[in-house]
Ligand binder design. Structure first.
Ligand code: ADP
Length: 568
């Protein structure tokens, strides 16, 4: 023991013993101190015991807090120079540990001898002492410095551990989950506030007389005792659902329980057990609500789906029904169309005699004329006979054509519509009309507008119309003084042309005008009153119209208005 050899003087020995005793009381003094207070108190004790000029202590602070650095000097120093001295001492000592340093005295003149003792935290924490005394540090000084550093380290370590513990306790206390510790025999040691409330315990007393198995629902206790606890002891942990019970109401509370063993880190032997558990009621309620919601949703979806399916079925049936009625409507339309044609055809059949009468009369006349010629004893004029026969043949062909067209119109075949030269068409019709009636004393004036040169029409049908109009005009003029007939064409506008048949005949009595275009209205003894109604049907089939107006100064005017053919 080198330091003992040094203490030859009884005086020094007494001092030393006194200092050691004083140091041994420090831990008791530091019981409620924090790191800074411990460092400061250690610095104060050492300043006096070592008869030093300066003591600097650097101790650790709490987590996330700065180090508790403290400096104590014999004489008064300003805060500024205290900081400077602290830095000098720190750098003089950095890395040297046990050695002694000699530096320029930052507090006065001459040199300062420095000794240090590290604190046991494994970092830069240290106690540094400085003195101008050339004997400094003696073995005794270094001994006192070392003991103080050890005591301070232990005290600060305890303070840090207690702070950590306080933090943990406050976390556990504030936790909303059940947290508890128990002895290995099942006697509860501690449960947090949440646990007290969840189980309806009011007194700590109640807790001490209970067993952890009393916390459980009666039908869970046996399983916990015979299965779960042995598993915790054997494997270290059990995690699962377990029903607890409320001490006051007896309500069964489902918990998710994490039950584990606590072992002594040094021996590895179990010392306690602990449980952290969560009340599953809110979660179960949520699950229940969700399940109910799901069920009602599923039901609603099912209802809606079947509603939709029904609606779809209804729609399909309706669509089929509509398709069927569409077909029916189409058939009906076709039938109507056909019926309309047939009725027109009926009218036409009536008129057929009327129309055919003309070529047939012409044929009969021709044949009679031929026969008369052959019966005469005079010389047979072959040329004249050929003309007569040609005329008869042409009229027979025309009669056949009239019948063919009528058949075509009655059956559903398309009418033979094409672009026709209007003056030609009218000229031909006019000739036919004259040929049929034999009224050669009628003055016929044809006048054609070159801007109405063509028409899109069935030649035969339109000729029939003109023929009819001319023939009616002829007939109306039998008694007239001036037998004038004008057939003219005109371009009305961009879209229509007109054929006008005007005569100087008897004109039309009002009684006839009203029903002029209706069938079977006639003033003639042998008339059928069909011609004009057929004419109007034909003109309308050509997307045109047929109108009547009285001729100023006597007579009738019939106007056939037709669309201009597309390429014009
Ligand atoms: P129908 O010639 O067989 O009588 P229409 O329908 O052709 O049949 O004519 C109906 C009636 O209209 C005729 O009976 C006649 O009285 C009158 N009518 C037709 N055209 C003229 C006309 N240009 N002038 C005077 N009366 C006419």
């Amino acid at each position: 023991m080198p330091w003992v050899d040094e203490l030859s003087e009884p005086q020094q020995l007494r001092h030393c013993i006194r200092d050691l005793v004083a140091l041994s009381t420090l831990p008791a003094l530091w019981k409620d101190y924090d790191s800074r207070q411990i460092a400061d108190s250690a610095a104060a004790a050492l300043l006096s015991m070592l008869d030093a000029d300066v003591i600097y202590v650097s101790a650790p602070g709490l987590r996330n807090q700065p180090a508790a650095d403290v400096i104590r000097t014999r004489g008064a120093v300003t805060a500024e120079s205290s900081g400077r001295v602290e830095r000098i001492l720190r750098s003089a000592w950095r890395g040297k540990r046990e050695q002694i340093s000699v530096i320029d005295n930052p507090l006065g003149t001459g040199t300062l001898r420095i000794a240090a003792a590290p604190m046991g935290f494994g970092g830069d924490d240290i106690i540094v002492a400085g003195s101008p005394d050339p004997q400094f540090p003696s073995e005794t000084h270094r001994l006192l410095l070392g003991i103080t550093a050890n005591h301070a380290t232990l005290a600060i370590q305890r303070w840090l551990a207690e702070a950590e513990q306080r933090r943990l306790v406050s976390v556990i206390e504030r936790s909303s989950e059940f947290v508890g510790f128990a002895h290995l025999d099942g006697t509860p040691q501690y449960i947090n506030k949440a646990a007290f409330e969840l189980l309806g315990l009011s007194e700590f007393q109640e807790l001490q007389t209970a067993s952890i198995f009393d916390f459980l629902a009666p039908d869970e206790q046996t399983r916990a005792r015979t299965e779960l606890l042995p598993m915790v002891m054997r494997t270290g942990r059990w995690l699962g659902e377990l029903n607890f019970r409320h001490f006051k109401t007896g309500e069964v509370i489902p918990f998710l329980l994490d039950w584990f063993r606590i072992d002594d880190p040094r021996t590895g032997r179990p010392t306690n057990m602990a449980a952290v558990s969560r009340d599953l009621r809110p979660q179960k309620k949520l699950e229940d609500d969700l399940r109910r919601l799901n069920e009602s949703l599923e039901q609603r979806v099912a209802e809606r789906t079947s509603e939709l399916a029904e609606a779809l079925e209804r729609l399909t049936i309706e669509a089929e029904e509509r398709a069927r009625s569409d077909v029916r409507a189409q058939n009906l339309q076709a039938e109507l169309h056909h019926a309309a044609r047939l009725s027109t055809a009926g009218q036409m059949a009536g008129a057929l005699a009327h129309e055919l009468n003309q070529p047939l009369t012409a044929i009969t006349n021709s044949v009679n004329a031929g026969r008369r010629m052959m019966a005469n004893d005079g010389p047979l004029r072959v040329d004249t006979l050929r003309e007569i026969l040609d005329e008869a043949g042409q009229q027979a062909l025309r009669a056949g054509e009239i019948i063919r067209r009528l058949r075509e119109f009655v059956t559903r075949g398309e009418t033979d519509m094409r672009i026709e030269n209007l003056p030609d068409l009218i000229g031909e019709a006019s000739e036919l009309a004259s040929a049929g009636t034999g009224l050669h004393d009628v003055e016929v004036r044809l006048s054609f507008d070159p801007r109405a040169a063509t028409v899109f029409a069935s030649r035969i049908q339109l000729q029939q119309v003109i023929l009819n109009l001319i023939r009616n005009a002829h007939e109306a003029m039998t008694q007239s003084e001036w037998r004038q007939l004008a057939v003219t064409t005109a371009r009305l506008d961009d879209e229509s042309i007109q054929i006008v048949v005007a005569d100087r005949g008897s004109g039309l009595p009002d009684s006839i005008v009203e029903h002029l275009f209706e069938p079977f209205h006639t003033t003639k003894i042998d008339g059928m009153g069909l011609g004009l109604s057929i004419c109007r049907s034909i003109v309308e089939a050509h997307r045109g119209k047929l109108d009547y107006e009285p001729n100023d100064g006597g007579g009738a005017i019939f106007r056939v208005t037709l669309p201009v053919p597309l390429q014009h």
